[in-house]
Design a binder for this molecule. Structure first.
Ligand SMILES: Cc1ncc(C[n+]2csc(CCOP(=O)(O)OP(=O)(O)O)c2C)c(N)n1
Length: 339
């Protein structure tokens, strides 16, 4: 099965106009939060951040095609927008960056966004890339064995796609026909390593052929395209037809993390090129051109997002830091000796 370049043709896989605007709203909110976190790092308040800028459209569209009331999400560190689409709030996320009490995923004891969210079915065990992939295959296997109607969505980068864990989990999922979507956000870089030093083929999606399931490569800046392919993949998984590998081609608009400087390894032309592939600008232009948004409404979306992020920052900055005494909570348990 060669990797296909998908063009959405199935009407049932088209997003309603009002949902497009709602997804755009989440993208803009994520962008403002991301900018704020970067600024808090530069002020010495947030230790490190990995930005989702450039990945926003792919993430909202992927989540939109799923059913958060029953599906499972194994995310990685570059997924702030997906987390927000699933219901994590700017306040909760800022608590992670500022190590404040009440951070829901790990009590602020982990890298931001790491842990498991108690309200939404979203978990990430490790910063070690691709480890979430065999774990996701295990989650999908468990659902299948129990006859549950749930699909597992596991996200990862192009660098993670080269790890042994990626190959092993996709191979296993193909053999077992698991209800799982492998969602690769290909931004062409693993820190400073370009994609042509990661793999000798053009498309990550082509790998699916080796595991016996479809692989689809899409423009990850295009909400409708990503939604359409993910919907098809979700339906396939729910029908018992097995996994799909989706490759959403995106750009990493900022350096790998706040600790990185990508001008050291990306050319000026490449940096100029990626600025043309900003999904927030692309989606805004699309909505305006289709008459789904007016300039005034677009401005209101931006000022509302800015306000939400300002309010969340002011609230969280004034909260106490997570207490040192809580450092071992949920890590060790005191038990009485049995003998
Ligand atoms: C097993 C392992 N090797 C190396 C690292 C260091 N590391 C952290 S992020 C990263 C790059 C991952 O790139 P990619 O999967 O493309 O995701 P992106 O950050 O570009 O979204 C690397 C090599 C790690 N965390 N785990």
């Amino acid at each position: 099965m060669p990797a296909s370049k998908h063009s959405p043709s199935d009407d049932s896989a088209q997003l309603a106009d009002q949902r497009l605007v709602a997804l755009y709203r989440t993208m803009v909110l994520s962008r403002y939060l991301d900018d704020r976190v970067w600024m808090l790092n530069r002020q010495g308040k947030a230790a490190i951040a990995a930005s989702a800028q450039g990945h926003e459209a792919a993430q909202v569209a992927c989540v939109e095609a799923t059913d958060p009331s029953k599906d499972h999400y194994l995310i990685y560190y570059r997924q702030a927008t997906a987390m927000m689409a699933l219901g994590a709030t700017p306040e909760e996320m800022l608590r992670g960056f500022l190590a404040k009490e009440g951070e829901p995923m790990s009590g602020a004891r982990q890298f931001p966004y790491h842990g498991a969210h108690p309200r939404v079915d979203m978990f990430n065990f490790s910063n070690v890339i691709a480890t979430q992939m065999p774990q996701a295959a295990g989650v999908a296997l468990s659902d299948k064995l129990r006859g549950l109607d749930a699909v597992t969505i596991v996200s990862f980068g192009d660098g993670a796609a080269s790890q042994g864990d990626a190959h092993e989990s996709m191979n296993f999922a193909g053999i077992q026909k698991l209800p799982i979507i492998f969602f690769c956000e290909n931004n062409r870089y693993a820190i400073s390593v370009p994609i042509d030093k990661q793999m000798a083929i053009d498309r990550v999606a082509s790998r699916a052929a080796g595991y016996g399931f479809p692989g689809v490569s899409v423009d990850g800046t295009n909400i409708q395209e990503v939604y359409a392919v993910t919907k098809v993949a979700i339906d396939r998984a729910r029908n018992g037809d097995g996994p799909t590998l989706i490759e959403a081609n995106v750009e990493r608009l900022l350096p790998h993390t706040t600790d990185d400087d990508h001008t050291r390894y990306r050319s000026a032309e490449d940096i100029e090129y990626i600025s043309q592939r900003d999904p927030v600008k692309i989606t805004s232009a699309f909505l305006l051109s289709k008459g789904l948004l007016t300039e005034a409404e677009d401005e209101a979306i931006h000022s509302d997002a800015k306000k939400q992020v300002n309010v969340a920052t002011a609230t969280v900055e004034n909260e106490p830091f997570a207490g040192v005494e809580a450092i071992l909570e949920n890590v060790t348990e005191r038990t009485e000796p049995t003998r």
